[in-house]
Design a protein around this ligand. Structure first.
Ligand code: BES
Ligand code: MN
Ligand code: ZN
Length: 500
């Protein structure tokens, strides 16, 4: 999908814009937006509104033809009550536009919505909402179907009408939003691909492709090199599978060479059977999504590359399969992590923390400004927060409160929200082991928090945050599929850091 900006000057110039379709806003109580008024030649729009064919309720639409203007069609879009348009109203309007555009006979369209009428939101936010909704509506995952859905119809070129004074801001907003959408597409596809295609080697190849497309340095360590680093914890997870593990490092050095980087660490379990602590069979297919942390880190790197972001960002991805077999790790086995700390593996299904802890130790070598790990870590996080918020965990001191605030703000700005949960010493006690420095599980209470507490023990040399995306990375049921989250949150966090 191709996006551009069309500027106009003066009150009626919007009526001069040519195109297959122009989308304008209608408020409740028969109120026309400024652009709708300007396009109301021969009263076609006010008559449609008077007739009751469109009420202005947020998310409703009405398509008009033969409107006397220069655009072939006008799409009226309900925005809700004027002066009270909420971000939810605007998002549902954006989704309604996306739905209508998909079925139009025209391949190009103009979006001329009011961009300064949404409560607590600016034009950048509005444009991002529309771009992401449009891109989401055209995303397809049909590469493994022999018959593709025919998608010949629909709008492919979208121009945003903005006043000339706002064109520079709008251009940046649309470029950034399209980069986020590109990142989300990659994240969705990596997630949706089955585990027999999306292997650790496949993730490594994807990283190499990003590296050559955007000039990022890529390192892929294989089992021997992982052994040389003494990542005994990571290696214990891969011991039950034939599939070769990979440890992937991808560097975008967009800042000054000496600036401390932000390191993103993504859990890359390409399939999680649970290992010897085998999972029940129902819905086990969804454990192909257990690499969505890695997928979202790669998606974010794609967005960062597209934007040529002026910031040093390093992706670190430990990737393997968690399988049961005669060579698999047993419950009770004790392993030594790269940090030297020993771990009693009481449950082989708590494997995410076992691969992440070694990656977090590895991250020390970059002297990071901050490390954010992203993982489909615990089912307990779905119990705690459902599918709306990702879980956010950091220590509770000034530097970490600041990092948490940055991440929460980036989530709020994009609708890709996170909710902070506590990490306290009282929870750490649940990880006590009689035989090693710690156990890898803390029992049923507060499962997401004890998982975060485990990771915390490997991150004391830098500022660190952990995102548990178990509830947000994919949807189940009829709409089963990866969401592309938390690429909007992470990318916006990095954009804000680069602007500092
Ligand atoms: N990948 C799972 C977490 C998960 C489960 C995410 C379901 C999304 C949906 C993780 O590796 C895991 O199995 N965690 C265990 C931890 C437990 C053994 C302490 C869990 O959540 O049950
Ligand atoms: Mn598991
Ligand atoms: Zn897992």
């Amino acid at each position: 999908m191709d996006f551009s900006i069309k500027t106009f000057d003066g009150k009626n110039a919007i009526a001069q814009l040519k195109g297959g379709c122009i989308a304008v806003g209608i408020f409740e109580d028969r109120k026309l937006s400024e652009h709708a008024l300007a396009l109301d030649l021969d009263h076609v729009i006010s008559n449609a509104v008077k007739s009751g064919d469109i009420t202005g309720k947020a998310g409703t639409t009405l398509l008009l033809r033969n409107t006397g203007g220069r655009a072939d069609r006008i799409l009226l879009v309900g925005l809700g009550r004027q002066g009270e348009v909420s971000s939810k109203d605007f998002n549902s309007a954006a989704q309604a536009i996306a739905r209508s555009f998909q079925t139009l006979g025209s391949s190009d369209a103009i979006v001329a919505l009011p961009l300064d009428d949404v409560k607590d939101r600016d034009a950048t936010w509005c444009l991002r909402s529309v771009v992401i909704a449009l891109r989401d509506s055209v995303y397809r995952f049909d590469q493994l179907k022999s018959r593709k859905d025919s998608a010949a119809n629909g709008v492919r070129k979208v121009a945003f009408a903005v006043p000339a004074t706002a064109s520079a801001t709008a251009k940046t907003a649309v470029t950034q939003a399209a980069a986020i959408a590109d990142g989300m597409d990659l994240t969705k596809t990596l997630g949706n691909l089955p585990a027999n295609v999306c292997t650790p080697t496949y993730l490594a190849t994807t990283a190499r492709e990003l590296g050559s497309e955007f000039g990022m340095a890529v390192e892929v360590l294989d089992r021997k090199q992982i052994q040389a680093l003494k990542m005994g914890s990571f290696l214990s997870v891969t011991s039950g599978t034939q599939e070769p593990p990979k440890f992937i490092v991808l560097r975008h050095m967009g800042g000054k060479p000496k600036d401390a980087p932000v390191v993103l660490v993504g859990k890359g379990i390409t399939f999680d059977t649970g290992g010897i602590s085998l999972k029940p069979g129902a819905n086990m297919d969804e454990m192909k999504y257990d690499m969505c942390g890695a997928g979202s880190v790669l998606g974010t790197m794609r967005a960062v590359g597209r934007m040529k972001l002026k910031l040093n960002v390093i992706a670190v991805i430990p990737s393997c399969e968690n399988m049961p077999s005669g060579t698999a790790t047993r419950p009770g086995d004790i392993v030594t992590s790269m940090s030297g700390q020993t771990i009693e593996i009481l449950n082989t299904d708590a494997e995410g923390r076992l691969i992440l802890c070694d990656a977090l130790t590895y991250a020390e070598r970059f002297n990071p400004a901050a490390v954010v790990d992203v993982a489909t870590l615990t089912g307990a996080c779905i119990t705690a927060l459902g599918h709306h918020n990702s879980g956010l965990f950091t220590r509770h001191d000034e530097a970490h409160d600041a990092l948490a605030a940055e991440l929460i703000a980036a989530g709020k700005a994009t609708g890709d929200t996170a909710w902070r949960l506590p990490i306290e010493d009282s929870y750490q006690e649940q990880l006590k082991s009689n035989f090693a420095d710690m156990a890898n599980i803390g029992g049923p209470p507060a499962g997401s928090i004890t998982a975060a507490c485990f990771l915390e023990r490997y991150t004391r040399k830098y500022t660190w945050a952990h995102l548990d995306i178990a509830g947000t990375a994919w949807k189940n049921g009829a709409a089963k599929g990866a969401t592309g989250r938390p690429v909007p949150l992470l990318t916006t966090f990095l954009i804000n850091r680069a602007g500092k």
